[in-house]
Design a protein around this ligand. Sequence first.
Ligand code: SF4
Length: 440
Amino acid sequence: MKSENSNIKVTFIIPSWHYWNDPIKHQPYWEMHYATHVKSAGYKVSIEDLRVSDKSSFENMTNEIEESDFYFYWIFKTGDAFEIYSIAKILKKRFPKSIHAAGGTHVDKEPYDSANNFDAIVKGPGEKAFLKIIEDSQESKLLKIYQSNYSEIPFSSTLIPEREFLPDNLIVNNKLFTGYADVPGTLTYFSRGCIYKCSYCTYNVPNSLQVRTPTQIKNEISYLKDRYSIKGLLVKDEVALNPNKKICSETLNAIQDSDVIWRGQTTTLATYDQLKHAADSNCLELAIGVETADEFVMKIIDKTWQDREQIFRFGENARKVGIKIKVCLILGLPGEPLDIVKKTIKLLEELQPNFASVSGFLPSPGSPIANDPKKFGIKKIDKNWQKYSHLLFRFADDEDVGLPFEYDTSSSSINNFSREKIVENIIEVQNWLKERGMVY
Ligand code: SF4
């Protein structure tokens, strides 16, 4: 650590997360993760949280932000891209000497578009890249693209994110376990990435499962309990129950020893034994990506590793061990039959999950479907990132973002639904769920 580093100011920016009904409910894990790494090299690091800003204009959102030498951004979702580009532009105008750099899944998948909006971009993980950007900039040799590979930076080699960058009330809240009890909770990741390749998805970055060690898990939970008195954890991993039985068991033992309740998401491939162990470790609820009630669509989205039997077996096993399930569904996927709403409701009636959420299909940049839209019957994908959001109509009936694409509605198309029809389908299923108190 060089002592002169402490004179260099670095600010990470959290966007407003405009697509969430309550953006304060979840925590900006990745910004805190990378801020921790930059701070560990001796730099003066802070986080500006625009979730709590005046959102009437981008100027208003940014006018409280103080001058910094570097502004860093992590664009996890394309739905944040337009806002972050705009914020970077305004800050650059206010502070012309500042350097702006961004990484994240959106940047990985849309590097050229991103490179046009920042002084430098980070492809891959940012633990080393953000530091290199600072060093190179100090030596006047800043590059445009900084690429690292996840295989060189296992998650287990990275630091546990410090939460002190933000006020306590933005780290802990009682909303993550609504419906269970008054549980102070926060979120974390015990793994990053996913080994599957569902054709609509870009959350499988890296395309492997990098895990925290049991010691790291215990240390992190212990820190969160001692410092923030948390009693519950939302485990945000894409696959909380690792398909590798040994790793899964070690992770669950570490959580069990730490004595917190938790909920998370996983795949329907989890076995009875894994679910039993999860229940023993105080897992209250697991979300599963069922995605569609139609077998043909399941094939199209490259999720044939789960079928109806698998889904129902998971449901039955989860019920047996006392874990509640939340089913995640997507409407508007390529290949949907005309009676997709009827089929979806039938599946829900038979499976009887405790909760369900319905998203509108989003052809995320870099996903197999977005890379080859014609193959999936898509005539046009709108690249106006302002229209990107996948939580369409989950919180209000008048949302105007989402479904930024159009199918070719000619009879030979793989999906004949117009945007209006997809909207109608989503609202119909949403209403069905709302009437039964199955959404939260
Ligand atoms: S949808 Fe889930 S299981 Fe499929 S690739 Fe994405 S993260 Fe993995």
